[in-house]
Design a protein around this ligand. Sequence first.
Ligand code: PLP
Length: 412
Amino acid sequence: MDIAEFIVRELQRILPPDRPLPLHEPSFEGREWAYLKDCLDTGYVSYLGGFVDRFEGMLADYTGARRAVAVVNGTAALQVALRLVGVERDEEVLLPALTFIGTANPVVHLGAVPHFLDVDPETLCLCPERLATHLAMIAEPRGDGFVNRKTGRRLAACVGMHIFGHPADTAALNLALRPYGIPLVEDAAEALGSFRQGRHAGLDGRVGILSFNGNKIVTCGGGGAILTSEESLADLARHLTTTAKTPHPWGFSHDMIGYNYRLPNVNAALGCAQMELLPEFLRRKRALAEAYDQAFSAMDGLRFFREPPGCASNYWLCALLLDRPDPGLRDAVLARTREAGFLTRPVWTPLHQLPVYAGCPRAALPVTDDAASRIVNLPSGPRIRVKTGAVAVRATTCPDVSPEQAGLGEHP
Ligand SMILES: *Cc1c(COP(=O)(O)O)cnc(C)c1O
């Protein structure tokens, strides 16, 4: 049997009969209606009302971040995060080439320049060794920081991204950055519910961000959050994202040029209801990943992309890795599975291959280019329940993560 045919057969065996089956659609099965009704009944649809504070509290509690600041989307969260760590116009920000464009756009929104780096072949996240080698080659001390010796621009920050929800090795990234004093910012947009050694993604950078877009594990319709352990940064984030309005009983004044990025109460209401469902969503996603893993490890020529050792991933987007870097084969798999009603997708076009980013500084990117031609993302939404009998029972609990954290505990 050819690979495409085998994949279709296994998807039919594992997945429920809905066709077409979307790649990742949201699921509203908790208190969403009740909380939205509360917003409309009280009239608190915008900044005021209790859901924003409650949502921020739930995020801080769940992730273990000291503070969470809710904003309109993940892209805005990253823009503010970069500003918080001091990125300015005409500076450079290091980031992986294999990511969604939302990792790079905020850099440009600040007038800075993305500098693309390669990913690790095992984790597909920013590679700490390649980062260290590249910095040793291009970084030159100037003033109180380091510049790119080719462009003369200050290396202002590095953004690590947790691909498909799998935790990046952020401790190793911090080690590589430390000699240069470059701050790490974590784009954990995809990684709510993902843990490495029991620690939630997004906490090892000075600032981390989450997204609650419609296609993420938990959605507010649109939304994002800034995570940090530094109170002063969280306060500044809150101030900047509420048009830098100075607190006063009636006066209306502003002391900085801020942003109108605060998350509205209606979106936060959805977010609160969704956060209550997160443990159940994680349980379903991990069961689905387990079924995919069992099914596809049996076939030569491909493998299921697993969480790294010591990690409990949210498996936001499940992915197959074809052995051969052959875009023809990948496209045949995409065409065949989509024809059968499974809305599979290739990974994002690597950013340096996009005309708008082609002129940016970059390292050699062989792993990125190779991986991009081999990845097929599979239906992964939180509504999907694996067909009974399609997965052999096997413990999936990561020893370093409590069952509740990993989403394997009982749902109330
Ligand atoms: C979704 C996503 C973003 C952007 O989040 P939005 O809320 O859609 O603005 C940024 N980076 C990555 C890696 C993402 O997956």
